[in-house]
Design a binder for this molecule. Structure first.
Ligand code: FES
Length: 178
């Protein structure tokens, strides 16, 4: 049977549109939130807080440098979080008896980024990739690297060694932070 009441027909049209629009919003709002959600959040790609490398007294004058892996407990960006991420490594050496006389060098070769090792027989650092050598002080000795090993910021706080991890551009003579 045909509906002959115009008011009733209009009411049904409006009600149908309202219900349809409501259903559309219920679906669209969460979808838009999902797509745009990370846009307003802070993206963290590397930790800026200093790493606690333990008691400073464990590094003694005259001992060879000690390699310490720098591991971030959590690396997080807007989409994912990863735990125990190895960022790189640092060579730590006590250069004098004073409280702050600790030297830290990035183990990342300034030439093209290979991992630099300690050559105990020769008392200096060697990069196995292209044979760059660096003195115990970090200064460049031989090889294609255009600069010495990069010093990393360290400080001693209440007897504990704190290191700030930084990365530098490779393949150039100047130290430039990434
Ligand atoms: S990467 Fe170290 S010498 Fe080339």
């Amino acid at each position: 049977m045909a509906d002959s009441d115009p008011d009733r027909r209009k009411f049904l049209q409006i009600a149908t549109c309202a219900i349809g629009g409501g259903v559309g919003l219920v679906v669209a709002v969460p979808a838009l939130q999902l797509i745009s959600d990370p846009a307003g959040k802070q993206t963290i790609t590397s930790p800026s807080a200093p790493f606690d490398l333990g008691p400073a007294e464990r590094f003694r004058v005259g001992e060879p440098p000690r390699k310490i892996e720098i591991v971030a407990p959590v690396i997080q960006d807007a989409w994912t979080a990863a735990r125990d991420v190895v960022l790189g490594a640092a060579w730590i050496r006590r250069v004098g008896p004073g409280a702050n006389e600790i030297d830290a060098r990035s183990a990342t070769c300034p030439h093209l980024g290979c991992a630099v090792g300690w050559d105990a027989a020769r008392g200096n650092y060697l990069c196995p990739c292209h044979d760059s050598r660096f003195a115990a002080s970090g200064d460049k000795l031989t090889g294609p690297s255009e600069r010495g090993l990069d010093a990393l910021p360290v400080q001693i706080v209440e007897g504990r060694l704190k290191l700030t991890w930084e990365r530098y551009r490779t393949g150039q003579s100047t130290k430039e932070r990434l």
